[in-house]
Design a protein around this ligand. Structure first.
Ligand SMILES: C[S@@+](CC[C@H](N)C(=O)[O-])C[C@H]1O[C@@H](n2cnc3c(N)ncnc32)[C@H](O)[C@@H]1O
Length: 179
């Protein structure tokens, strides 16, 4: 019951702009980006501030990602409603354009999704901390789960990329590598 309530609630989390930082090096400046579940428009504003052209849609404004597509766009970026992440992933893979979805790490859990990722491809960008989402009641404390950018066709170049929110990555004691 609590899990179900949490899931419904997390459908409405708005993403703080700093979550975009690790994605930015992988976006081409000339791209038109489709934010297909824009909500309050946090990601839209942050992307426009970075100079990107953005198509902003949401089911609340009449455009269902599952059956509508803009005429022209190069890439899809959103934090989708988690209760239908399966449908969002299927649709993104079918559309065939570069995409990045901010999703909980539990997205890896099902056999069906693992099959998608194995067959269609996946590059994941992890954060070293939990994202401080803006919750429907206005608090910034909704992050009881860890998330990552699930991307494909963005040419990140590695299946797993580990990034830091805020500060720099720390040194690695076991293999003595500095970053
Ligand atoms: C978790 S909120 C994220 C908002 C925004 N992307 C952000 O990151 O701040 C998910 C949004 O998906 C929208 N949504 C739900 N189902 C949708 C659908 N089928 N197509 C498009 N948007 C949908 C909701 O209205 C909500 O605004």
């Amino acid at each position: 019951m609590i899990a179900a309530m949490k899931q419904k609630y997390s459908n409405d989390f708005q993403t703080p702009p700093e979550a975009l930082t690790p994605l930015l090096p992988h976006l081409k400046k000339k791209w038109t980006i489709w934010e297909c579940a824009a909500g309050d428009g946090n990601l839209v504003k942050a992307l426009r501030k970075e100079g990107f052209k953005v198509v902003s849609t949401d089911i609340l404004t009449g455009k269902d990602f599952l059956n509508w597509e803009p005429k022209k766009y190069d890439c899809i970026i959103t934090n989708p409603p988690y209760s239908i992440k399966q449908e969002f992933l299927e649709r993104a893979y079918m559309l065939g354009k570069p995409f990045a979805f901010l999703l909980p790490l539990t997205t890896f859990e099902t056999e069906k999704r693992q099959n998608f990722f194995r067959c269609c491809g996946l590059e994941v960008i992890f954060f070293d901390k939990r994202i401080n989402f803006q919750t429907p009641d206005g608090n910034g404390d909704g992050s009881w789960f860890a998330t990552a950018w699930f991307t494909n066709w963005m040419k990140v170049g590695k299946e797993l990329t580990f990034t830091s929110i805020g500060d720099t990555l720390s040194d690695c004691p076991p293999c003595k590598t500095s970053r």
